[in-house]
Design a protein around this ligand. Sequence first.
Ligand code: ZN
Length: 296
Amino acid sequence: MAANKVIIEVRINEYTMRDDNPHVPYSPQEIADEALACWREGAAFIHYHARDPQTGAPSADHGLYADTVRRIKDHSDLITMPTLGAWWMPSPEERISHIVEMAKDPATTPDCAPIDMATSNVDTYDATAKRFKTTDTVYLNTTQTWEYFATTIREAGVKPVQALWNISSVRHTQAFVEMGLFEEPLYTEIVLTEGGILAGHPGTIKGLEAFLDFIPETDAWQWSVMSYGGNLFPIAAAAMERGGHVSIGLGDYHYREMELPTNARLVARLAQLARDMGREVATPAEAREMLGIRAA
Ligand code: ZN
């Protein structure tokens, strides 16, 4: 039985640039190669953003998104989760259009797509200068947008994943389960935020535990934790001890204190930590069974 196994998700690139860590993958080939290296070290789940292959700039190119999934599926049963577009895209329809396009071909259909279950101020605070770098960046997600995303993602044959930024996200997710818009078992992601982003709980054990007071204790609600902008290791053991899963990657943080590792090395360290704590690492097939995701 896979119930107690740890699912390791790799958050492979986000918007991190190679100035911060030279191992950040940009092109579909680079992302797929690194995803497969992570899979060999114990990752079951990969989250990625399309990036311009040369410059690394964020890209909304449907072809780049699709090519990445195709390359990963050719060689593994890794669970794939491209991002949705966020606050810089003009409409909910455009934020999700690549998922709809990818789902037209089974070879490029992703397994999951994330929905950020919060509306947040996402200006970055510079604690040294004691000022915000910008002062008007709102990441807007209306209830109507959530309903549209939940419905559209499911109609595309893809599983919605709920990104939880605060306790309110937990409550909204529960309401959506009651309304039949999210189907259990859930795979939810606790978004702790560091690096000057103040929209989430801090990337500490206390920040995590505040969530766990409110997340239902049932196998039907699985949760993973990330530290967006910070080092996950101080939290990882606590998450595993509490029955949770872990999400790590150069997308979230450069890990300079570990001498700029690759994503695969981060996964290997987490897998070793899980085994040292007496929890086995879930294969993609086991993770699919736990999370109600169709077999590859
Ligand atoms: Zn992302």
